[in-house]
Write a protein that binds this ligand. Sequence first.
Ligand code: PLP
Length: 411
Amino acid sequence: MTNPLLEHAPLIPFSVQHDCLQIGGMALTRLADRVGTTPFYAYDRQKITERIELLRQHLPQEVLLHYAIKANPMPAVVQHLASLVDGLDIASIGEMRVALDTILTPDKISFAGPGKKVHELRSAIAAGVILNAESEQEMESIAKLGIDLGITPKIAIRINPDFELKSSGMKMSGGPKPFGIDAERVPDLLVRLGFLGLDFVGFHIFSGSQNLNATAIQEAHEKTIQLVIELAEYAPSPVKLLNIGGGFGVPYFSGDRPLDIAAIGVNLQCLMKRVKQQLPHTTVALELGRYLVAEAGIYVCRVLERKMSRGQVFLVTDGGLHHHLAASGNLGQVIRKNYPVIIGNKVQGVAREIVSVVGPLCTPLDLLADQMQMTQASVNDLVVVLQSGAYGLSASPTAFLDHPPPVEVLV
Ligand SMILES: *Cc1c(COP(=O)(O)O)cnc(C)c1O
């Protein structure tokens, strides 16, 4: 439903009581008192749970749900998700430590990403997680380390397919890419893999991030499954796991519409019939990051000053791009657009005005909202950036200008 208050964004995903945003069943003002300092990130536990329920309701029962930790690596968030999903996807040794602390066993954890170092591969093999090999060299290193350690490494091959995911915010497949092994080279590689004494688990294909176009995702799923059916013939053993990637998008900007998850589910139901026939030993997994956590999170900062400059109002806050690079427009956006930003303790307010919200950094890039209509705010009011649960703090340059880092809470 479109919220008329927020013409720049599709919705406020939290309830509002006495004109105050409620998060984790608590008024934002109360939560701010509890946290004790601003800025902070808050993630709503129940919202994350509901998101998983929504997915389970629409996706085929037999499709596994994995969480890609890089979207939000806060340990409490990962712990909560680990109790709800079937597996975790990691992209560094730091993420591996967080994943291994959860109840999920190492065989439910897969490690992707280019440029894995020898010590990282060693640790991952010793831990018993699945290694998604991103290159021939990496596969050879994994085999060698397995012999040194006296452990048979579990390996999946990440494929760079010959198609791309249309309408993606960030494309990660098709054409020349640093990710995965070009599909046309995979048959030979699989023959080699057979000689190396590795435990072949299956394939991984991740095509792109932040996609709101269900048709494009359906098409990518179909092509992915078709490609794997073809490549499976060259595999040394049956494909046990097929990780078809993540990339489900969430609405951030004016005109964005929520992803049609029902359509994706129906299409996957259909594709699963083909999988059962042609790949009877294969379990399919989706690895989602952003879609599971983005809408459950907010970034909260406080108005320090209302400043007028040549007729324009600036809200100077204690938060900024050093905590939330994406909202400032500097994380991969080509054209800067405003994230959904509201005054959390005056959602309706009495009057509205056009303001720019800036942070304390001495650079014009430190902009959380550029001439945006919002409730008239005063000093001490709480500015909230919605849709901030994914690629927020961990994707921000916290050292830039040496302000203290924000607190993170799961409520
Ligand atoms: C980043 C990443 C994901 C998660 O992508 P989202 O767009 O957040 O769903 C999944 N798999 C791999 C390999 C990734 O690098």
